[in-house]
Design a protein. Structure first.
Length: 180
């Protein structure tokens, strides 16, 4: 029963992403959220956690967390700011929902992969543990095919055309305030 509720929720989330994505494309140019890097790193961290729990690799996960503790903490702060700015008073609940959905979609991928999951994913620990810097970790997270429960895009609204001022009898130039 709970799996069908989860699937319905995931389907609704996917549909919302498709609808919002279509609106975003119609509205103007879209760019990744300023928190895009933080979402990538959080996705990688979650993927490694799911792998560690599923494949009995907790020591490797702990080594990853210790090595990149500062980067992981910084990206968590970026995510907190993103959710606070986007959801206001509901920020913590939305952030918690994101983390839960992220782990759920990644765990479901593991269930579908069966015994091949560990063979496919355990090498990620070896790959991340040889990275030297936080920037390397960000690049790695961005390059990997990390499953996310939703897409986080921000789209800029198109600039409004400036209307010419109506004719006036004033001789001083008209002032226009353009908001972007």
């Amino acid at each position: 029963m709970s799996m069908s509720i989860w699937r319905a929720g995931a389907a609704a989330l996917a549909l919302a992403g498709l609808v919002n994505g279509g609106q975003a494309l119609a509205a103007g140019p879209c760019s990744p959220s300023p928190a895009h890097e933080a979402f990538d790193v959080q996705g990688l961290k979650s993927e490694l956690m799911v792998t560690a729990l599923s494949c009995n690799a907790q020591e490797k996960y702990n080594s990853f967390v210790m090595k990149f503790r500062t980067k992981l903490t910084n990206e968590e702060h970026v995510l907190n700011a993103y959710f606070h700015t986007t959801y206001g008073r509901n920020a913590q609940r939305q952030h918690d929902d994101y983390i839960t959905q992220l782990a759920n979609v990644q765990s479901e991928r593991g269930l579908h992969s069966g015994t091949a999951f560990c063979q496919q994913r355990i090498s990620m620990f070896d790959e991340v543990l040889v990275l030297d810097t936080a920037a390397d970790l960000s690049s790695y997270a961005q390059a990997k095919d990390i499953l996310q429960p939703a897409s986080y895009l921000t789209c800029t609204a198109p600039n409004r055309p400036v209307r010419p001022a109506a004719s006036s009898t004033r001789t001083s130039p008209a002032r226009h305030t353009v908001r972007s």
